[in-house]
Design a protein around this ligand. Structure first.
Ligand SMILES: Cc1ncc(COP(=O)(O)O)c(C=O)c1O
Length: 397
């Protein structure tokens, strides 16, 4: 059975990390995966999580049987409050219900399976380009894929007019995936006015928005980064959100995310959740508990919440500072290309504009690992590797 099976291609992003690990070069640099690292190149445990670990170890036990299919109720309420804001009418209304999922990826897959249950063969529109795993997740759930223009590689800007022109043609009942903030891979988001325009368009056309929210707090701020999805929700529309605490709580390996359904009424939300539960039941039955307990412990304590907000600000400020330093250092190394656009983007990623050949040369000659599209993970840049990195990029231009 297995002897004749051809090997599967390596994952374009995680496969790169495997190759990086095997590279013996002492000066190797990994700008492939979207994992936050501090200026020493380490992925820290956040201060709020260190404190929450103590709280959880004193209050929770690992015994006690399974969690419900949707996970810890307290955590799910926290998710809804973070998405829509404490002041919004949505958390109290009952028209938004969350289910804890294993990471944002789990949230996306549950959303996809839920959509496939209620509308078999549904079509989902994704930005061109988008996070590589979106294609695989939605295909695996049996959805039909389509794309809308998003990023202009020439101008290094949002292709907003073409995006709107395509979305105007999307039929009612199709699903449109938006990155709520810190678009991966381009680092370019719609501004407030554009989000409002997109929300009006969704209301007018009747398509279902699905938000992928993996970087809350990494763009402008925890509240500010939710602007886009709140613009839609405030119109009373139905929407889905797959969110993740991998980055903003540093809980990468605790697989801590959620899928939230927003409907027009509390009754409709309960019915929708009955289908979400079945999608979960046949997938992983019920989610792991520890990451959710940590997040709930942080958000239940006003002091710990302030520590978290500071932790997120520290990560955001470092990334924005590195963007600036990268632009300034590149300017001293070469005049063949202008990298000033990198400082105008936000979040963990940037399209560097490097082509496939340059990416390959960086890897083979300089042990610098970047995904083939030229997307770089800004958080992989440190004071120690900034200068050699910029010299190497200048050398391959
Ligand atoms: C756009 C986007 N969505 C979802 C995810 C998945 O997050 P998680 O690691 O929580 O599954 C990522 C992670 O890199 C991402 O970049």
């Amino acid at each position: 059975m297995f002897e004749s099976v051809e090997p599967a291609p390596p994952d374009p992003i995680l496969g790169l990390t495997e190759a990086f690990k095997e590279d013996p070069s002492p000066g190797k640099i990994n700008l492939g995966t979207g994992i936050y690292a501090d200026d020493t190149g380490k992925t820290p445990t956040l201060e709020c999580i260190k404190a929450a670990e103590k709280v959880v170890s004193e209050t929770a036990t690992s015994g006690g049987g399974y969690l419900p299919m949707t996970g810890l109720a307290e955590y799910n309420r926290d998710v809804v409050a973070l998405l829509f804001g404490e002041e919004s009418e949505i958390p109290a209304s009952g028209r938004a219900l969350a289910a804890k999922t294993p990471g944002g990826t789990g949230g996306l897959r549950v959303a996809a399976d839920f959509i496939a249950r209620i509308k078999p063969g549904a079509r989902i529109w994704m930005s061109d380009p988008t996070w590589a795993n979106h294609n695989g997740i939605f295909t695996a759930a049996g959805l039909e894929l389509a794309t809308y223009p998003y990023y202009n590689h020439e101008t290094k800007a949002l292709n907003f007019d073409e995006m709107v022109a395509t979305l105007k043609e999307v039929p009612a009942g199709d699903v449109v995936l938006f990155h709520a903030c810190c678009h991966n891979p381009s680092g370019m988001d719609p501004n407030a006015e554009q989000w409002n325009q997109l929300a009006d368009l969704a209301a007018e056309r009747g398509f279902l928005p699905l938000f992928d929210f993996a970087y809350q707090g990494f763009g402008t701020g925890i509240e500010e980064d939710a602007f886009g999805l709140r613009a839609f929700a405030e119109k009373g529309m139905e929407l889905l959100v797959a969110s993740s605490f991998s980055k903003n709580f540093g809980l990468y390996n605790q697989r801590t995310g959620a899928m939230t359904v927003v409907t027009r009424t509390a009754e409709a939300a309960t019915v929708a959740m009955s289908h979400v539960k079945l999608a979960i039941r046949v997938n992983y039955s019920n989610p792991p508990a520890h990451g959710a307990r940590l997040v709930a412990a942080v958000l239940a304590d006003s002091d710990l919440r302030r520590v978290w907000e500071q932790d997120v600000a520290t990560m955001r400020n470092r990334i924005n500072g590195v963007r600036q330093q990268f632009v300034e250092t590149m300017a001293t190394k070469t005049d063949k290309a202008d990298f000033s656009f990198v400082a105008t983007q936000c979040g963990m990623f940037s399209f560097s504009g490097l082509n496939k050949e340059q990416v390959l040369e960086l890897r083979e000659k300089h042990s610098i690992y970047i995904v083939g599209s030229g997307r770089i993970s800004i958080a992989g840049i440190t004071s120690a590797n900034l200068d050699p990195l910029c010299s190497a990029i200048a050398a391959v231009l």
